[in-house]
Design a protein around this ligand. Sequence first.
Ligand code: PXL
Length: 290
Amino acid sequence: MKRIVTIQDVSCVGKCSLTVALPIISAMGVETAIIPTAVLSTHTMFKGFTFDDLTDQIRPIWEHWLNEGIKFDAIYTGYLGSFEQLNLMSEFIDKFGAEGALKVIDPCMADNGSLYPGFTQEFALEMAKLCSKADIVVPNLTEASFMLQTPYVASGYNVEYVKDVLHKLAALGAKKVVLKGVVFDAEQPGLSNVVGKIGIASLDSTTGEIDWYFHEKQSQSFHGTGDIFASVLTGAMMRGLSLHDSYALAGDFVVESIKQTLSHEPHNNYGVDFETAFPMLINRLAAQAK
Ligand code: PXL
């Protein structure tokens, strides 16, 4: 069985970060070790959340693992809360990623044109440096614009714009870029039937290949779906799916989770009901995994 380590916060209520990564990646048949970077009562979209920083635990945890000879097939980092944590992750990747572990970095810090509370442009530039160490980075268009220091374009862009963003992200140094949340207002040359959908664009910087996957756009968006996406992508890569099949499964699982949420009344408005979408994930994985 493959073993991964994921490093992000515990938001005790909120259905994001470790409370989605752990169940999802485990359910995909992959051992999931964790380093919790902080404990919050909820994610930061709630008012009045508590926050206990666990930065001082990160190095002692990994030093114990080094003594025990523990190794990982993948390293997946998500929400990181400080410059110090970014530096620690850079060191962690050097130590635990040297023997070929897949490095997935989700530069989780922004959406819909704005940074999440507590983040700054300066932090985004440091996150961009960490992304240079990744095999796969999975930003949304907002995170891309902060890391590239380019204006956020909410709509009306074309395929050439997205390709340009992909190339600029790849120039940060990551081997593969998976860009989320691409929405075209008009049909685009070389792509078919994209209007009204939401998509993922990828660039493999080693081959120069650009690839796409468009799926249904839901009427409502929810918190934590980026974490679900990155978790499924990491789990699927570990189960032997191609990058394209991994992000297609991740996108479809997010859609199914949103549909489940909307079908449950009353549903919460802070995260999605991925729990009842598991049958779809497991069935697709069983059909596609190596
Ligand atoms: O889903 C991303 C995320 C993770 N962790 C915390 C957050 C957020 C988004 O706001 O606040 C603590």
